[in-house]
Design a binder for this molecule. Structure first.
Ligand SMILES: Nc1ncnc2c1ncn2[C@@H]1O[C@H](COP(=O)(O)OP(=O)(O)OP(=O)(O)O)[C@@H](O)[C@H]1O
Ligand SMILES: [Mg+2]
Length: 217
């Protein structure tokens, strides 16, 4: 069982978007997946429920044969429970402390292109103390130039086990639509062939490969 935790202490940066897509994408390859809404806001759980879901601690449901969803604010379920799955995708709340209380194999850290360096500075300490690999992904990257990306890579190299994904995710109307429709970007109207859909698919591919599922894709 592998745990992929999507984290940043900043809000509105793509944590839920990335978590939902990674979970749905993995389940599409018949990888037994548990999506955990650790963020009290419960956005991931609501997203996967199609927007309609009254949440209480422990709310859970099946979404298709290979994806289960659990609302578990601030605390991961027991290891024994998670061991029933091959992959656990965790949408973390924007609290730095969560990095100490969650054990993840891979931390996916979305950064907003424009203030990426400042943001990385804020979570630097937390990431340095994290267990597992760290995969930094620039989201809505259109505002960041090549030099800034290089600077970010240099800064990230100071964090043990961290890499910056060479390819950032663009701002995309189709990705924004995914949140409106509570569907993956490749399933929203006119979304399938968009650049946004391609970019998110490729991110999901990379995350699953980094988690050891390359042979299943
Ligand atoms: N690359 C993108 N292009 C267009 N819209 C995006 C992109 N990434 C995220 N968004 C939109 O930005 C908004 C915030 O994204 P999301 O909810 O995933 O962030 P979050 O980090 O989970 O926020 P919170 O801290 O509130 O939980 C959503 O409406 C989402 O659709
Ligand atoms: Mg969120």
């Amino acid at each position: 069982m592998k745990v992929v935790a999507v984290y940043n202490n900043k809000g509105g940066i793509g944590k839920t978007t990335f978590s939902a897509h990674i979970a749905v994408y993995a389940a599409g390859f018949r990888i037994r997946t548990l999506a955990v809404g650790l963020d009290r806001q419960g956005d991931l759980v609501r997203w996967l429920a199609g927007g309609d879901c009254a949440l209480q601690d422990g709310t859970s449901f099946r979404k298709g044969e290979h994806l289960s969803v659990l609302y578990s604010p601030m605390e991961l379920p027991d290891r024994d429970f998670m061991e029933d799955y091959e992959l656990v995708v965790v949408d973390c709340p924007p609290n730095v402390e969560i990095v100490d209380s969650v054990t993840a194999d891979l931390w996916v850290v979305p950064l907003d292109g424009r203030l990426a360096m400042e943001n990385l500075g804020n979570i630097y300490g937390a990431l340095r103390s994290a267990d597992g690999e760290i995969y930094i992904v620039l989201n809505r990257c259109d505002m960041i130039g090549k030099r800034a990306l290089e600077g970010l890579k240099r800064a990230a190299h100071q964090i043990p086990n961290a890499t910056v994904r060479p390819t950032p995710i663009p701002a995309s109307a189709a990705i924004a639509k995914a949140a409106e429709y509570f569907r993956p970007v490749w399933d929203v109207p006119y979304g399938r062939k968009t650049y946004g859909a391609k970019a998110v698919r490729s991110l999901c591919d990379d995350v699953l490969r980094a988690s050891g599922f390359g042979g299943r894709l």
